[in-house]
Write a protein that binds this ligand. Structure first.
Ligand code: HEC
Length: 425
């Protein structure tokens, strides 16, 4: 005969066993919301991590299976808790961004609670269908592909300095590019690609013969800035960027060794617009090349500005500094005296050369000033600092510095002699 106490215990055990089920029912939740891998957690990884953490992706391990997620749970807790993963560096209180990959507070708490709970697996029957990432172009088959000519050998380890490789385009006339995407052949070792245009005849320092004028156009504009794991560049309906006939494309490639040697031959996929665009996308920048960062300076500030002589709409912002970059912000001063911060990156990470795509284009009247301010940490407290004892100046190598606040924008009126390359401000 079962005692009253036994019944009570049985009821408690039963209640515990049924607990998650009844809690789920009481809260109106489904198995996909449960704090288990095959519930909510795997779904968060699928949405927010797998673009990079998957087979053949840029992330150092995959987040496609329970085994892998369980194995890395402590590291995941640390990186997610610190806000270092997914990579996203903008202060959330300023602006809203189309390519924002950061986790919501709720998702972040869910991951941390799941780890604290021992990272339970849950019922595989409730797993979502896996995403078919494919291995092709994410934005569809491009109209043309430009590929770096020679394969690049990425060593197994160490630091690979930025590579600069040139490709001459041979389209029979000017092209209007409506979207583009970069596709490394060794995506696991590719951290970012920045592509610059050199108009025919112009030569940057590395291509110029001694005595020839040096093209510094890369300072005031890039063609494409793409980080694998983020989508490429798609310009708003009716707008496009000019690729002049006969232009050279200069690829800046940032490789990060992945433990075994790989060979890469990056491709840039271009989608062309038929006919003329209604709106032209230009890239401009606020830059400074004459700064000097004293040895050991922990917080050296450099500002640069750009004045809009024409009105238009800002599409994206892209801070560019090197290893000593510490923080970056973009502000706008309007002709009526009003000013606002439009992007705030409180802790800049050189390893992540991220463009920030505005969710809604921002109107800029003629006469507005864009002010970019970067700070640099040349002290030994900066663990990326290659040499705290040197005075650091402008230069292309990563041990030198850059201070460039790039932006993509749509110009309202091209009547005033623009050639679409972003030059001439
Ligand atoms: C845009 C690509 C991208 C996304 C999205 C991303 N990661 Fe990462 N993750 C990386 C790369 C690349 C590294 C290697 C370190 C670096 O380059 O910063 C990394 C490193 C990590 C590490 C540290 C591994 C180590 O050995 O130090 C963890 C943990 C991690 N990611 C977890 C996550 C989680 C969890 C998510 C989603 C919530 C996520 N990541 C989203 C690209 C990404």
């Amino acid at each position: 005969m079962m005692s009253a106490r036994g019944v009570a215990i049985g009821a408690v055990v039963g209640a515990i066993l049924m607990g998650s089920f009844w809690i789920a029912v009481a809260m109106g939740t489904s198995p996909s919301d449960e704090l288990v891998y095959h519930g909510r957690i795997g779904r968060i990884f699928r949405e927010s991590c797998q673009t990079c953490h998957r087979e053949g992706g840029i992330g150092p391990f995959t987040l496609e299976t329970y085994e892998s997620a369980y194995l890395y749970r402590d590291l995941i807790g640390f990186m997610v808790g610190e806000g270092r993963m997914p990579p996203w560096f903008a202060n959330r209180a300023v602006g809203t961004w189309d390519n924002d990959r950061s986790l919501s507070d709720g998702d972040k708490e869910a991951i941390l609670a799941w780890i604290a709970d021992g990272a339970p697996e849950g019922d595989p029957a409730h797993a979502p269908a896996p995403i078919d990432w494919g291995d092709g172009w994410q934005l569809g088959e491009p109209d043309a592909v430009v590929q770096i000519e020679e394969p690049f050998y990425v060593p197994a380890d160490g630091v690979v300095d930025y590579q600069y490789l040139y490709v001459k385009t041979d389209f029979p006339e000017d092209r209007w590019v409506s979207k583009m995407e970069v596709r490394p052949t060794a995506p696991e070792a590719m951290h970012h690609v920045l592509v610059f245009i050199e108009p025919p005849g112009a030569k940057s320092a590395r291509r110029a013969e001694p005595g020839e004028p040096i093209w510094m156009g890369g300072l005031s504009g890039y063609f494409a800035a793409i980080v694998p794991g983020f989508t490429g560049n798609t310009y708003p309906e009716g707008s496009a960027k000019l690729l002049p006939k006969g232009a050279w494309l200069k690829f800046q490639l940032h490789y990060t060794p992945k433990g075994e040697p790989v060979v890469d031959q990056t491709m840039l996929g271009l989608h062309f617009m038929d006919g003329e665009p209604e709106w032209v996308v230009e890239t401009g920048s606020a830059f400074d090349t004459r700064f000097e960062i004293p040895p050991g300076a922990p917080d050296h500030e450099v500002s640069a500005e750009y004045t809009f002589v024409r009105s238009g709409r800002l599409l994206s912002l892209f801070p560019h500094m090197h290893l000593r970059g510490k923080s970056f912000k973009f502000e706008i001063e309007y002709p009526d005296g009003r000013s606002e911060t439009i992007l705030d990156v409180p802790s800049y990470d050189f390893n992540w050369q991220l463009p920030y795509h505005l969710e809604e284009p921002l109107r800029v009247p003629a006469g507005a000033r864009l002010i970019a301010t970067g700070t640099f940490d040349n002290s030994s407290a900066n663990r990326f600092n290659p040499d705290p004892s040197s005075t650091v100046r402008f230069g292309e190598q990563t041990f030198e510095e850059m201070m460039i606040g790039y932006f993509d924008w749509i110009v309202d009126d091209l009547a005033e002699g623009s050639d679409g390359t972003g030059e001439g401000h």
